[in-house]
Ligand binder design. Sequence first.
Ligand code: AMP
Length: 180
Amino acid sequence: MTTAEKTLAASIRAIHDYPKPGIIFRDITTLLGDAKAFRQAVDELVRPYQDLAIDQIAGIEARGFILGGAMAHQLSAGFVPIRKKGKLPHTTVSVAYSLEYGVDEMEMHVDAVQPGEKVILCDDLIATGGTAEGAVKLLRQIGAEVVSACFVIDLPELGGRRKLEALGVEVRTLVSFDGH
Ligand code: AMP
């Protein structure tokens, strides 16, 4: 790990056995509350995209809203919320996605992205990749060009990166942790 990665990793709190036994919850509220770490994370997330004329950042509810909003501002791009079913007021498109146990649905406004717009997907963490895979499908359904997907945290043992790469989406992450 580089010094920069160590600083970021140290700003993320690990909560053992949350929300259930065996899971280590990677809590980014400590990163967000640390002005230097928050700035560092957003700067690193946007760096490769600065000159790509990105139209929209799509953030996954809820932590992807915080990081994605900051990224959108920094890139002078728009922001598109991808939300859990039933939260968005206008006409939506929806997709089912797999969770550890069972499936859920996520939605986006049908007119949130114009066909051909360049979009970056953003969330705090990629684990199995089921959530991000659903989001990519949703964005493509309305004609977005998903240029890349970025996350602060990768849990490589769970294989999410490979799942997105198999869809032809470049994946970028800032820090990796072992285990679940
Ligand atoms: P997945 O669909 O398995 O890639 O899970 C990713 C989504 O679940 C992201 O929105 C994460 O915020 C959340 N998530 C999954 N595992 C963890 C974890 N160990 N700590 C914090 N958030 C997690």
